[in-house]
Design a protein around this ligand. Structure first.
Ligand code: AP5
Length: 230
């Protein structure tokens, strides 16, 4: 399955991608995470992207399009992928359509998470991440199992807030969403791919809603299903 998860900052794209990766047995391609890895490495892409990201602005299309073209050509994307954070502009959506066509691939669905602005602000304000592996948590909605220790990588004392998660930068990110990203909604609606999901519910409930619009049953992970069919 090839999916796009669309939604404003804090809508739950990363959270739901993590669930879907386990359930569907496909890979997550999170452009924000990829860019943060480049910034951490201090390489050419990271140096170009950092200033935009620090201000909450979108990174130029050509960087993202090139990054995605290379990523979806990798062997682990053969069975499908979830695009989390891409496309975010009309040129990105058009470039994705062309690159998939060239590979004889098609999108199965574009899931748009709809969340109230006040809830977005609360989710972003309460988010903290592991500075080592990037795993994401929330002060009240998603705490680590052991206080101070990352569930994913086991490191302690690495929790921090993302540098773009302050209220001023969030405003800029929301403006970018409304001006540049929201206009791609009709692009996918015209193609019959758009599925709207009300994201104003618990993480588990939103997961069930997404699986519902995808026509997937929530009874087990892809790995478990394959095991049972042996
Ligand atoms: P990116 O990292 O993609 O940030 P974003 O789109 O702003 O999205 P977030 O990661 O903030 O939110 P999310 O929807 O994933 O929510 P999450 O699941 O974490 O991009 C960062 C930057 O990189 C951009 O600003 C831009 O500069 C650049 N960039 C990236 N892609 C680009 C592109 N294609 N083009 C140009 N530039 C690009 O959840 C948020 C919090 O809420 C968490 O704490 C979570 O625990 C909690 N939560 C989640 N779901 C629920 C729920 N149902 N109920 C309660 N709490 C919840």
């Amino acid at each position: 399955m090839r999916l796009i998860l669309l939604g404003p900052p804090g809508a739950g794209k990363g959270t739901q991608s993590e669930f879907l990766v386990k359930h569907l047995g496909i890979v997550q391609i999170a452009t924000g995470d990829m860019l943060r890895a480049h910034v951490k490495a201090g390489d050419e892409i990271g140096q170009k992207a950092k200033g935009f990201m620090d201000q909450g602005k979108l990174v130029p299309d050509e960087i993202l399009i090139d990054m995605i073209a290379r990523r979806i050509s990798q062997p682990d994307c053969k069975n499908g992928f979830i695009l989390d954070g891409f496309p975010r502009t009309e040129p990105q959506a058009e470039a994705l359509e062309n690159m998939l066509q060239e590979k004889g691939m098609k999108l199965d669905a574009v899931v748009r998470l709809v969340v109230d602005e006040k809830a977005l602000v609360d989710r972003i304000a309460g988010r903290f991440v592991c500075g080592d592996c990037g795993a994401s948590y929330h002060e009240s909605n998603k705490k680590p199992k052991v206080e101070g220790t990352c569930d994913r990588c086991g490191k302690t004392g690495t929790f921090k807030h993302r540098s773009d998660d302050d209220p001023e930068k969030l405003k800029t990110r929301l403006i970018a969403y409304h001006n540049d990203t929201a206009p791609i909604v009709p692009f996918y609606k015209e193609r019959g791919l758009l599925k709207e999901v009300d994201g104003m519910a618990s993480m588990d409930e939103v997961k069930e809603r997404i699986l519902g619009v995808l026509g997937e049953d929530s009874g087990g992970s892809a790995v478990k299903k394959r095991f049972l069919s042996l």
